[in-house]
Design a protein around this ligand. Structure first.
Ligand code: FE2
Length: 243
């Protein structure tokens, strides 16, 4: 599992001197999530790059305040927990049940958001689902349209705050699931475990400034900014890790 997770959990994190400052880059880099000191990864595009689907102010607060808080909290927690300073997130998430809730929430929040920024891209810059991924989607869900509906429903019907996920199961098949709060499918507490290849944040902080209570409208617009190039990369890495 460790090799599989190591490949799947790739992230390249950099310390942002000003967490509210956007950092423009054409494409997100492969990731390697490391343990303490935890750092806030820069957005791979400017705050306004995802408009009109996701507005500038939401991105600025979401990245510069919410994600930054997870990172700051983790560094405070790691001062009291040597295990949080060793091994990287890929070694910690599968045994998250052994940690207190604060670690679960903040470690999940950090991982989830680092991934979320990467699986989005400006309209027209995200490419398309690869032939291999389209084939797997068709096999598992019947059609792309049915996949999209099921994934959207997973986000829309998640009670309270949480996430919708497309994951690769241990048998290599795709599945859609959702998690509450900042949990994710890599955690040993998840109802359905697998390697995430697409993530959707349905916390109110992800959409409330623009969409208010209309989560469904946010999800509908969000499909316009999915970075399929990154989803394809994650899907391929998950399958290779299984060989
Ligand atoms: Fe969020």
């Amino acid at each position: 599992m460790s090799v599989l997770l190591t490949l799947a959990l790739c992230a390249q994190l950099h310390l942002a001197k000003d967490p509210t400052a956007p950092v423009a880059a054409a494409q997100p880099a492969p990731m390697t999530l490391v343990a303490a000191p935890y750092t806030l990864p820069p957005l791979p595009y400017p705050f306004e790059a995802l408009e009109p689907a996701v507005d500038r102010e939401t991105m600025a607060v979401h990245h510069g305040k919410h994600h930054a808080a997870f990172v700051n909290n983790l560094n405070q927690l790691s001062a009291e927990s040597p295990e949080l300073r060793q091994g990287g997130i890929e070694a910690l998430l599968p045994k998250i049940s052994k940690f207190p809730p604060a670690v679960r929430n903040n470690l999940g929040g950090h991982y989830n958001h680092a991934m979320f920024w990467q699986v989005m891209a400006p309209v027209g810059k995200g490419g398309k689902a690869s032939a291999a991924l389209v084939k797997a989607i068709d096999q598992q869900f019947g059609s792309y349209a049915q996949f999209q509906t099921q994934f959207s429903d997973a986000g829309a019907k998640r009670f309270g705050s949480g996430w919708a996920w497309l994951i690769v199961l241990p048998d290599g098949k795709l599945a859609i699931t959702s998690t509450p709060n900042q949990d994710n499918p890599l955690m040993d507490v998840a109802e359905m475990r697998g390697i995430p290849v697409l993530a959707l944040d349905v916390w109110e902080h992800a959409y409330y400034l623009k969409y208010r209570n209309l989560r469904g409208d946010y999800i509908k617009a969000w499909w316009e900014v999915v970075n399929w190039n990154e989803v394809n990369r994650r899907y391929d890495a998950a399958l290779k890790a299984k060989r």
